[in-house]
Ligand binder design. Structure first.
Ligand SMILES: Cc1cc2nc3c(=O)[nH]c(=O)nc-3n(C[C@H](O)[C@H](O)[C@H](O)COP(=O)(O)O)c2cc1C
Length: 173
């Protein structure tokens, strides 16, 4: 088991998978981690499609990016229309909490996967309409993000390139 901060260090975007399959229970655990994520007004504005079927996966590689090849699964994250309460809060506060919620759930999935020894890549660039057609998802729905998931070919984590703390942090004592 990882210390939480080690887990954060360990998580990185995987763009080379081994192709080894993942036990279904591990994938379900990742979705369970998303299920427990916080969301504005507890609206839980998400639906998840877990794809492990080989034919559909190869089609998804073509509709996302080539580096997803050999991923053991894809998690397609659908954004549900916000409930009335969230809509009101979004309008009153001029915010888009629904997308924030999806981001938090996505992060839960990626960290849970890392804890289970898996690797992920969040994909925001994909052919949304073709994927909806492929998965029989109604055109009115939004696919907000897709996560490729599998075992990484990279054994050592890469160094993280990030802005320094002084560039992003203002402390008001
Ligand atoms: C909302 C979002 C969309 C992203 N879309 C893509 C994508 O389409 N393709 C890709 O290879 N990586 C994508 N990434 C991964 C980022 O490039 C990556 O998280 C960032 O470069 C930091 O690297 P790391 O994840 O390895 O720490 C996305 C990440 C986020 C949070």
């Amino acid at each position: 088991m990882n210390n939480f901060f080690e887990l954060i260090e360990k998580r990185e975007s995987c763009r080379r998978y081994t192709g080894e399959s993942i036990e279904k229970e591990k994938l379900i655990k990742c979705i369970e981690a998303a299920r427990l994520a916080p969301s504005a007004c507890n609206g839980q504005p998400w639906q998840f499609y877990l794809v492990t079927n080989s034919d559909i996966k190869s089609k998804l590689v073509k509709l996302t990016q080539a580096s997803s090849k050999n991923a053991s699964a894809f998690i397609v994250i659908l954004e549900e229309k916000p409930r009335l309460q969230t809509k009101i809060v979004n309008n009153l506060k001029n915010q888009e909490y629904t997308q924030v919620d999806i981001g938090i759930a996505t992060s839960h999935i990626c960290l849970a996967a890392t804890e289970l020894g898996l690797s992920t890549c969040i994909l925001g660039w994909f052919n949304e309409d073709k994927i909806k057609e492929l998965l029989n998802i109604h055109l009115s729905k939004r696919i907000r993000l897709i996560i490729s998931i599998g075992y990484s070919s990279n054994k050592e984590p890469s160094k993280k390139t990030r802005k320094s703390l002084d560039k992003i942090l203002t402390i008001i004592d």
